[in-house]
Design a protein around this ligand. Structure first.
Ligand code: SAM
Length: 326
C-alpha cells in the first residue's frame, strides 16, 4: 500500500494508452490537434512492465483511457496482459464507444470488466456538433455491444457545456428511468488547447441538478449524499438507474483522491489539474531496474499535490486533456 504525505492510500492508476482520438470533442481538444509520434508513446511491453511495478506497490485498480484507448493497435492483447498481472483486481476503460460494436466482445474476453462510455447528448445533430466527427449511431451500437458482452454495470459520462448540450441533461438523466445505468454529469475542467471555452461555458453541479429537477421532477440523494468515488449520486423516485454528478470544479473531491495517471508518453501525472509529473519512460528506456522505477514512483506519490488550484485560477497548461487521460 502506498500512502502520500497526507495519508491518502493511492492505489488507482489511470493509463492513457494513446493521445490519438477518432473524435474531436470541442471541450477536449482543438480540431487541428497534432499527436505524438508513435515512438514517443509507451510501447506495450513498457506499459506491461510499469503495471507490474505499480501492482507490486499495491495498485490494484486500473482504468485505461486516452485519447481514445480503442484506437490503439493491439489494445485487446494489451488488456489481456494487464488483466493477467498479479495484484490487478479491477480493470476498466473510459471510451467514446465508437469502436465498441467491434471490440466489446474481444475486450471482455481479454479480461476487461467494465466500460464508461462518454455520451453528451441523445440528439444526432448536437452529437456531431460536440464531437465534430462522430456518429451517435456508432456509439449507441457500442453501448449495446458492451452490455451484451457483460461490460457493466454501464456508466455513461456527459460533460455539460453551455451552448452545446445543457438542454440534453434531462433526456440523458431520464435514461435512468428505463435502464439500470449510472448516467454521470461532469463539470467541464480547464486545460491547455481550448481553455477559453472550458472556463467560460462551465455548467455547475448546482445548475445541472436544477436542470434535471426542472425537467424530470425531484431527485433523491443516494448514500445520504456522500461521495461515491468522485460522484454524488441521486435517483429519480422508483428508477432502476442512478444519476451521478461529478463536480470537480465547484465541489472538489481532492481529500478522497486515491489515483494517479500515466500519460501516453509515460509520465506519472500526480494530479489531473496540476502540471506536476515525473518521467518514468525515459529512465525505463535508459535501463533503470524495477527497484529504481519503484523508488521513482514511491517518491513521486509522497509529494502528490493536495489538490487542484482552480479556485485560485491555477490552470494546468502543459498538456491537452487527451494527452493526460481523463
Ligand atoms: N476518448 C475517451 C472518451 O471519450 O471517453 C477517453 C478519454 S476522454 C479525455 C475521458 C473523459 O474525459 C471523457 O468522459 C470526456 O468526456 C472527459 N473530458 C474531456 N475533456 C474534458 C474537460 N475539459 N472537462 C471534463 N471532462 C472532460
Amino acid at each position: 500500500m502506498l500512502n502520500d504525505r497526507f495519508g491518502r492510500d493511492i492505489h488507482y492508476l489511470r493509463i492513457s494508452l494513446t493521445d490519438h482520438c477518432n473524435l474531436r470533442c470541442v471541450y477536449c481538444m482543438p480540431e487541428d490537434q497534432t499527436f505524438l509520434p508513435r515512438q514517443e508513446l509507451m510501447q506495450d511491453d513498457e506499459i506491461v512492465r510499469l503495471v507490474a511495478i505499480f501492482a507490486r506497490l499495491g495498485f490494484d485498480k486500473i482504468r485505461l483511457t486516452g485519447g481514445e484507448p480503442t484506437v490503439r493497435a493491439g489494445v485487446v492483447e494489451l488488456v489481456r496482459k494487464i488483466a493477467a498481472t498479479p495484484g490487478i483486481g479491477s480493470i476498466s476503460m473510459t471510451t467514446n464507444g465508437v469502436l465498441l460494436a467491434k471490440l466489446a466482445g474481444p475486450l471482455a474476453q481479454a479480461g476487461l470488466q467494465r466500460v464508461n462510455v462518454s455520451l453528451d447528448t441523445l440528439d444526432p445533430d448536437r452529437f456531431q456538433r460536440i464531437t465534430r466527427w462522430g456518429s451517435l449511431d456508432d456509439v449507441w451500437s457500442g453501448i449495446e455491444a458492451a452490455e451484451a458482452a457483460g461490460l457493466g454495470p454501464m456508466k455513461l459520462n456527459a460533460v455539460v457545456v453551455r451552448g452545446y448540450n445543457e438542454s440534453d441533461v434531462p433526456d440523458l438523466a431520464g435514461l435512468t428511468r428505463d435502464k439500470a445505468w449510472q448516467v454521470r454529469f461532469i463539470e467541464m475542467m480547464p486545460f491547455a488547447g481550448v481553455t477559453e471555452l472550458q472556463t467560460s461555458q462551465v455548467v455547475t453541479h448546482a445548475e445541472i441538478l436544477r436542470l434535471i429537477e426542472a425537467g424530470l421532477g425531484p431527485v433523491e440523494p443516494v448514500n445520504d449524499g456522500r461521495l461515491d468515488g468522485e460522484a454524488r449520486l441521486y435517483r429519480l423516485p422508483g428508477a432502476p438507474g442512478i444519476i451521478g454528478l461529478i463536480a470537480s470544479v465547484t465541489q472538489p473531491f481532492c481529500a478522497t483522491c486515491n489515483r494517479v495517471r500515466l500519460t501516453a508518453d509515460g509520465r506519472l501525472r500526480l494530479c489531473l489539474l496540476r502540471e506536476n509529473e515525473v518521467d518514468l519512460l525515459a529512465p525505463l528506456r535508459a535501463g533503470a531496474s524495477d527497484e529504481a522505477l519503484a523508488k521513482l514512483i514511491t517518491d513521486a506519490i509522497w509529494v502528490k499535490p493536495w489538490g487542484h488550484g482552480l479556485a485560485q485560477d491555477v490552470i494546468p497548461l502543459n498538456r491537452v486533456m487527451n494527452e493526460i487521460g481523463g
